[in-house]
Ligand binder design. Structure first.
Ligand SMILES: Cc1cc2nc3c(=O)[nH]c(=O)nc-3n(C[C@H](O)[C@H](O)[C@H](O)COP(=O)(O)OP(=O)(O)OC[C@H]3O[C@@H](n4cnc5c(N)ncnc54)[C@H](O)[C@@H]3O)c2cc1C
Length: 407
């Protein structure tokens, strides 16, 4: 497996390369995990989609153009899972903040007891004795990627066989996945553990692993045979979805770029920005060290975005992951003399937490930071209210209508 390069050009090239797989091949083979050296028939577009070096609508459109909506439907639906999770978390940010608190509490608890910390360490080092799980740990920490089905099996084994807290598993993923995303990751782990759909959990079965890994693994009797659902799961009330912003750009408007959206030029065009600043919050994804290849990917993506959106000032990506770093960024922004900054919408998660703190500090010195949502998010996030199938019932026909007209 090759390490992906964090540029728009590399993302487009992976899109071209994976396009033949996004029709009937995907429908037939998407659940089979041939392993890191195998011939997986999925797109591997996730690191670029995660950082918006590729956008959901352009990937959907490319797949439909290549295969027609009927043949590409399964792939298109999976891309829409990403939009669904993003919208769901945006409308219930409490799930992110509860996760952060739970992760913190569980880490403190596990550090207090030697047997617990050793158990957690064995899982994170891939020394559980469950061959498939240990291999996935190695794959994840080496390549920053796991096939979707392996992620499901992994999370289920973590929670129901090893009896470890879901929030520490979600944290382990977020530290190591190149596509680590606060919405897709947190909410998928919640779904597996039974906190998304009341009464519903996901149990990894040995026969399913054997079949869909093409017999690479046969976990036999080693796995839990039950996945009990937690009690008292309720959905918190819905918050608002972002509305369109009628943004304006003057001679004194700057651009702030974050790792949440590395293609600001497709949103704002390329005006003569008074200044361009890129900030990096990757370390805020966890309170434990984030895998260096994850930080390196985000950093390279920010450099690529700066290159495509450079103003006359020349500032490299700046860390924003501590109070001190934020003060440094604030000072750098002040020194430009720019009092109005635009930024692509920063969705709920660690970067938004850092940006919200920065935004308040900027407001205190009369500098405005204005986040602008993308049309796709404004259009589809309002439908992320319940389960995916209700979301798809609204978004599927919208896509059919749009692309039927073009076919
Ligand atoms: C426990 C768990 C944790 C996960 N954590 C993340 C994460 O942090 N970041 C992330 O991007 N995805 C996450 N996923 C979803 C999914 O596993 C990955 O998006 C997918 O495996 C990426 O590989 P691919 O690009 O080859 O996907 P493909 O199958 O080729 O799909 C194309 C694109 O659709 C999106 N997509 C596909 N399946 C899903 C899905 N189930 N949920 C959300 N989006 C999807 C991705 O953007 C993906 O790149 C998680 C799934 C599970 C079960």
């Amino acid at each position: 497996m090759n390490n992906p390069t964090a540029t728009r050009t590399a993302g487009l090239s992976q899109l071209t390369h994976s396009l033949p797989l996004t029709g009937s091949i995907y429908t037939q083979w998407r659940n089979t995990d041939f392993g890191p050296q195998g011939d997986n028939r999925v797109s591997k577009l996730s690191p670029w989609l995660r950082h918006r070096l590729l956008l959901e609508p352009e990937v959907i459109e490319a797949a439909i153009n290549a295969h027609g909506l009927d043949n590409a439907e399964k792939f298109v639906q999976e891309v829409c899972w990403r939009s669904y999770w993003k919208g769901f978390l945006e409308r219930r940010p409490v799930h992110w903040h509860d996760y952060v608190a739970e992760r913190h509490a569980q880490r403190a608890h596990y550090e207090r007891f030697r047997d617990l910390s050793q158990q957690l360490e064995r899982a994170e080092l891939g020394q559980t004795g469950i061959a498939c799980f240990d291999a996935w740990v190695h794959e994840l920490t080496t390549y920053g990627y796991l096939h979707n089905h392996a992620r499901m099996w992994f999370a289920s084994i973590w929670v129901f066989t090893l009896g470890l807290p879901w929030a520490l598993g979600a944290d382990f993923f977020l530290r190591h996945l190149l596509d680590g995303d606060p919405a897709s990751n947190t909410l998928s782990w919640r779904w597996i553990a039974g906190y998304h759909t009341p009464g519903k959990t996901y149990l990894a079965r040995a026969s399913n692993i054997e079949r869909y890994t093409q017999q690479r693994f046969s976990p036999g009797e080693t796995l839990a045979t039950e996945a009990p659902a937690p009690e008292g799961v309720e959905r918190p009330p819905l918050g608002p979805a972002p509305l369109p912003v009628d943004w304006q750009c003057s001679a004194n408007t700057g651009l702030l770029i974050t790792e949440e959206d590395l293609m600001p030029e497709s949103l704002f065009g390329q005006p003569a920005w008074a200044s361009t600043i890129a900030v990096q919050a990757t370390q805020c994804r966890s309170d434990a060290p984030v895998n260096t290849q994850v930080s390196a990917f985000a950093h390279a993506g920010l450099v690529d975005a700066l290159t495509r959106n450079q103003s006359s000032t020349d500032i490299a990506p700046m860390a924003i992951d501590t109070a001190q770093a934020q003060t440094h960024v604030l000072e750098a922004m002040r020194q430009t003399g720019v009092t109005h900054w635009l930024t692509p919408w920063v969705p709920t998660g660690p970067t938004a937490d850092a940006i919200n703190a920065l935004s308040k500090a900027l407001a205190a010195v009369d500098i405005q930071l204005e986040p602008v949502p993308r049309a796709w998010d404004v259009e589809v996030w309002p439908h992320a209210t319940h389960g995916f199938f209700r979301f798809w019932k609204a978004v599927g026909p919208m896509l059919s209508q749009r692309y039927a007209a073009e076919e």
